[in-house]
Design a protein around this ligand. Structure first.
Ligand code: ATP
Length: 498
């Protein structure tokens, strides 16, 4: 996949002014920092080696100036830390909302394949790291590039040969960094997949906690979890190994540069081509040149983490829902409810066998139909084709004579109600769960729907009646009670096709 540069930067757009202000502050802070060694040089070279009777007064002045610079630096850093992070957090919020909205649009065939825990990991961890890159990345580049270039220019004017000697190390350091970047990218990507697996395992084990307990299989779940947890550890160990090589390699380069400066600088003093004050300044500025390179390692890790997070984000964003609206899809007028299957064949995936083959069936409005057959023969599958949870492989499904593929999805599904075999209720109150069938319904309508579903009596016996909390997935209700609520939910929707 080519890296979508335009898309990557598009998330800055709403916060451009704030972001640019933070960048400007980062630049000012760096520029101010560069002044300090120059002031030290001025004191050691010009003030203390000049007329000592006026020296102290001048030192006080310079000290005062340094204080002012410190204040500017701190205000700038405060703005960068606070507003810079805010920009990153806002972008992260936007992307998370976009990703969640996109996931909601993806078809069931996508969820058949993906693990919920993995998806949760993408939407939480990955974006967190990406937001770090979004605000720290450019800030760090501006900050350290300004320091690096500033220090290089100043050092060049102080002593060109010594500066060039230092500079000669940098291409090697660059090549070294590039080599490890690739390794780290791979390692960080693997880490993300592994933590996703851990999440998926937690999600699976905890969702099925009742089954786990009924089989007294806690040890099995612990074993499965530990397997994933250890795989994550192994993956992180590999990352740390690569990082340790990388960080220490860079450290060695830095020490080599410092030693070179000390030796060459001392030799230059002996040869009278450099003054001691200049060597001190040199050593002070060397840090300004080295620090960006030192940070480069951190920045490249941050960069890799952010970029892999973005790539994983785009992998989902680039997925098109398998079932989509056609251009100019029809919004249904009043629906009578005639359903026709015309020589329908269906398989869940290309490599799987057909579940339905050449099936034809017509259901008249007002007709009740029961499909009877062995388990797994395709009864649920057949029902799933009417609201287009999946599209037929061959043939067509018609609602009131219109191919369901030509109907606007929202309009189609608004006219169909389904009580699933596996009842799913949301955490919340009884009232909220029934209202899910029609968010605009009044309390009276909800109570009527509950009465029709034979749920009113048991609801009234709950401690808070319709306002009773039913727990995660309705755990506080019996199986039959859950089914009645889900029937009430569909009655409230009152669709032409049930
Ligand atoms: N999401 C899916 N992906 C792949 N295969 C599936 C999927 N859902 C169902 N199947 C397969 O399709 C076949 C038909 O399943 P379906 O759920 O329609 O059966 P059913 O007749 O409703 O069974 P039951 O009476 O047991 O509920 C089964 O062999 C099943 O394994």
């Amino acid at each position: 996949m080519r890296f979508p540069v335009k898309k990557f930067f598009s998330y800055y757009k709403p916060y451009l002014m704030l972001f640019l202000s933070a960048l400007a502050c980062a630049f000012i802070v760096s520029a101010v920092t560069l002044v300090f060694p120059l002031l030290v040089r001025y004191i050691t070279k010009d003030v203390l080696e000049g007329d000592l009777s006026t020296a102290l007064g001048e030192v006080y002045w310079i000290g005062g100036l340094m204080l002012v610079l410190v204040v500017i630096q701190n205000i700038g850093n405060y703005f960068v830390d606070y507003k810079g992070h805010e920009v990153g957090a806002r972008m992260e919020r936007d992307m998370r909302s976009e990703l969640f909205a996109h996931m909601q649009k993806l078809s069931l065939s996508f969820y058949d394949k993906e693990k919920t825990g993995q998806l949760m990991s993408r939407i939480t961890n990955d974006l967190l790291l990406l937001s770090e890159l979004y605000h720290h990345g450019p800030e760090d580049y501006v900050k350290y590039l300004a320091r690096f270039i500033g220090a290089f220019v100043i050092l060049f004017f102080i002593n060109a040969p010594l500066t060039i000697a230092v500079f000669c190390f940098l291409p090697f350091l660059g090549a070294f960094t590039l080599y490890f970047n690739k390794k780290l990218n791979k390692a960080l990507r693997r880490n993300k997949e592994r933590i996703g697996d851990v999440n998926a395992q937690v999600e699976d084990s905890l969702s099925g906690i009742r089954v786990v307990k009924s089989f007294a299989n806690e040890h099995v779940e612990i074993e499965k979890f530990n397997r994933e947890n250890n795989r994550f550890l192994d993956s992180r160990k590999k990352t740390y190994k690569a990082e340790a090589y990388f960080f220490n390699g860079v450290e060695a380069f830095i020490q080599l540069i410092t030693i070179t400066v000390i030796i060459l600088g001392s030799a230059s003093i002996v040869n009278n081509t450099l003054e001691l004050a200049d060597l001190i300044t040199f050593l002070l500025y060397i840090n300004f040149m080295i620090e960006p390179i030192q940070r480069l390692t951190h920045m490249s890790t941050q960069f890799q983490e952010g970029i892999t997070g973005f790539q994983r984000f785009m992998e989902i964003m680039n997925l098109k829902p398998a079932v989509e609206n056609k251009p100019n899809a029809i919004t249904l007028p009043e629906v009578h409810g005639e359903i026709e299957f015309k020589q329908v064949s269906f398989r869940y995936e290309d490599h799987l066998d057909n579940v339905l083959v050449n099936l034809s069936l017509r259901i008249q409005p007002g007709e009740y139909v029961a499909l009877v057959g062995p388990s797994g023969v395709g009864k649920t599958t057949l029902c799933s084709l009417i609201p287009r949870f999946y599209d037929v492989t061959d043939g067509e499904v018609l609602l009131d004579g219109i191919n369901v593929r030509d109907i606007d999805l929202q309009s189609l599904r608004n006219n169909i109600g389904i009580v699933q075999q596996d009842v799913y209720l949301f955490a919340g109150t009884v009232m909220e769960n029934i209202r899910y069938g029609n968010p605009a319904a009044s309390d009276e309508e909800i109570i009527t729907a509950a009465k029709h579903a034979n749920a009113h009596d048991f609801i009234m016996s709950l401690p808070n009646g319709y306002h009773s909390e039913i727990g995660q997935r309705g755990v506080k209700l019996s199986g039959g009670q859950k089914q009645r609520l889900s029937i009430a939910r569909v009655f409230l929707k009152n669709p032409p096709v049930l």
